[in-house]
Design a protein around this ligand. Structure first.
Ligand SMILES: NC(=O)C1=CN([C@@H]2O[C@H](COP(=O)(O)OP(=O)(O)OC[C@H]3O[C@@H](n4cnc5c(N)ncnc54)[C@H](O)[C@@H]3O)[C@@H](O)[C@H]2O)C=CC1
Ligand SMILES: CC1=C(/C=C/C(C)=C/C=C/C(C)=C/C=C/C=C(C)/C=C/C=C(C)/C=C/C=C(\C)C(=O)O)C(C)(C)CCC1
Length: 546
């Protein structure tokens, strides 16, 4: 274990319990005012901005990643998430009004946005900034207190958090724990009010099982084998350039990285030719010493790819070299890959692009549907009907047409998986909502018991049942023809009037006026003159109406 971890871990497990301290921070109520949340978010933004070099150096050390990818895909998107939360926290936190409903509007129905409490954020190694700071921004904006657990596989960036978070953020609101499996296992034994876990499906099952013991809700941001379907009529130069960028960025260690590419036989060789042309422009002196190509996070990941490349029955078109000690896996294109190939089993999470062949779009759809739902599906086509066919007949967390990977940064849209690729979303307002409880609030009004609601009280009578029926009656949709006895004619006028809602007119008239008037209680005494039934209730009680 690295020496800088020791104080943190001894603090957590030796006694001074970080989770309890965060709980106390939350219970104090200090994190709830919007001004406090904004202060923490602003401090977080400056923690990032003022330590740009430290973060960049750490990410390069962890991932062998150059400045452009560090900046464009991690550092700036992280700042973007924080500033988005800062700019919108008031708007997101405003109580929400439900749709108008005659039965409920008088009770001031409102959905309050309340922080869930003390939360745990567990992050992977591949984007050590945005995948921690994005969720943390959501948690702080929501008014929660948070413990963050960076990945042990990005230790340099994790160490930056351990140093900076205590300097910039209120320790009552945010703490860092460094560590690997044993430490995370301990954290998961504790009760949290929400967990946000980003990582592999294998570990997600462990996290969910631990959370289930406390009935803790978990947002899971997982991965998957993201397919790319290429329309034979597509501009293959554009498709090759964008797919290669998405596949080789961050050495393929992106959860929305295009995993494999589906083409038809007729375009296969032309597509590969375009890929080779792009390869030459991306890495004119070869990828090995290029500043524009990253490394695998660990030797284990590199060794796994070395094994898979040895096992594949596909033909390596370019790349294929691995240097485990240097965590290097060359950007690799493999053709003639069968569907049961070693490369087609699990998410690759590496710069290796298998190309598989189908006879047409229907087979492509069937192949995609035979696997777990992916986090991302990519369609390269300029034909609206081709796109629609794929969209309408598949499922995935996200879809991008004619591009890849960029959807993570798409503004004000949820980023998340479906089925095996995860549950919930983690960016922007959707990240905020993951840490927010939508608390239904209604205020019962005493005077409503003088009108229709008095009928709910025992002793129950038929008259009361009938009166309540006026309030609870619903209008069913027209009866489906398939449910009608054969030969039954529908009553055209009856259906027409019922669609207009005229059958409910009497209900409406029965209590619309007193309810409306009762809402503005100043006018209640006036109304009472016209509704003598109210007199007995209101006599002597008017002063209790709010
Ligand atoms: N949906 C999304 O936003 C993203 C998903 N991913 C997915 O993450 C995976 C790669 O990331 P990794 O860091 O390798 O994931 P991982 O699941 O191995 O590790 C993620 C976190 O879980 C912790 N962890 C690992 N084993 C554990 C255990 N047995 N018990 C408790 N905690 C444990 C680690 O310390 C780390 O903080 C890929 O599957 C990728 O698709 C990665 C980035 C983004
Ligand atoms: C500039 C003007 C115009 C046009 C502007 C346009 C079209 C701008 C388009 C911008 C786009 C598409 C930006 C995309 C950015 C993508 C980013 C930053 C991707 C980031 C990916 C990340 C962080 C991936 C993370 C992956 C993770 C976490 C994972 O999966 O593991 C006009 C409109 C033409 C005219 C005015 C000027």
């Amino acid at each position: 274990m690295q020496p800088h971890l020791l104080p943190l871990l001894s603090d957590l497990f030796g006694g001074g319990h970080l989770r309890d301290e965060l709980r106390r921070g939350f219970a104090s109520g200090k994190t709830k005012p919007i001004a406090y949340r904004k202060e923490q978010l602003a401090r977080l933004a400056y923690m990032v901005q003022e330590n740009r070099d430290a973060f960049h150096e750490a990410m390069t050390s962890d991932l062998g990643r150059g400045t452009l990818e560090n900046d464009f895909m991690d550092f700036q998107p992280a700042l973007g998430e924080i500033t988005d939360a800062y700019n919108n926290v008031e708007k997101w936190s405003k109580p929400q009004k439900p749709a108008f409903n005659i039965n409920w509007f008088a009770m001031n129905p409102e959905i309050r946005k309340e922080p869930k409490g003390t939360v745990l954020i567990i992050s992977p190694f591949n984007f050590p900034m945005v995948l921690i700071l994005g969720p943390l921004a959501g948690a702080l904006a929501a008014g929660c207190t948070a413990l963050i657990k960076p990945s042990e596989q990005a230790p340099a960036t994790a160490a930056v958090y351990a140093r900076l978070v205590p300097q910039y953020l209120d320790p009552d609101a945010c703490r860092v724990v460094l560590g690997a499996v044993p430490e995370t296992t301990k954290l998961l034994e504790l009760q949290w009010d929400q967990i946000l876990y980003t990582g592999s499906a294998r570990v997600a099952k462990i996290v969910l099982a631990a959370a289930a013991k406390h009935l803790t809700p978990v947002v899971t941001e997982l991965g998957g084998k993201n397919p790319v379907i290429v329309d034979p009529k597509m501009d293959l130069t554009l498709a090759a350039r964008r797919i290669a960028w998405g596949k080789f960025s961050n050495s393929g260690q992106i959860c929305v990285s295009p995993d494999y590419v589906i083409v038809t036989e007729e375009i296969k060789e032309k597509f590969i030719k375009e890929l080779l042309a792009v390869y030459a422009t991306f890495y004119p002196d070869g990828p090995r010493h290029s500043d524009s190509f990253s490394r695998m996070a660990t030797k284990n990941h590199a060794a796994r790819m070395q094994r898979l490349l040895a096992e594949t029955k596909g033909k390596i078109v370019i790349g294929g070299e691995t240097e485990v000690e240097e965590r290097y896996v060359a950007p690799t294109i493999v053709k003639d890959v069968e569907w049961d190939d070693a490369l087609m089993e699990d998410e690759l999470f590496a710069p290796v692009m298998p190309i598989v062949v189908v006879k047409d779009v229907d087979e492509a759809i069937a192949r995609v549907n035979s696997r777990e739902h992916a986090l991302a599906l990519y369609i390269f086509s300029n034909d609206a009907s081709y796109r629609k066919k794929v969209l309408d007949n598949t499922q995935s967390g996200t879809v991008v047409v004619n591009d890849v990977v960029i959807q993570y940064a798409a503004y004000d849209m949820p980023f998340g998986g479906v089925g095996g690729s995860g549950t919930g979303a983690s960016t922007g307002r959707y990240g905020y909502e993951a840490f927010t409880h939508f608390r239904t609030t209604v205020v019962g009004k005493g005077w409503l018991d003088s009108i229709i609601l008095k009928n709910r009280f025992p002793p129950y009578t038929d008259a009361k049942l009938k009166a309540l029926g006026l309030m609870t009656s619903v209008r069913l949709p027209p009866k489906p023809k398939s449910l009608l006895a054969k030969g039954t004619k529908t009553n055209g006028w009856g259906t027409f009037l019922s669609r207009l809602g005229l059958s409910r007119l009497t209900t409406l008239l029965w209590y619309l006026l007193p309810v409306l008037a009762g809402y503005w209680v100043d006018h209640l005494p006036l109304i009472v003159q016209f509704y003598p039934g109210l007199q007995s209730f209101t006599d002597g009680h008017l002063d209790q109406f709010d």
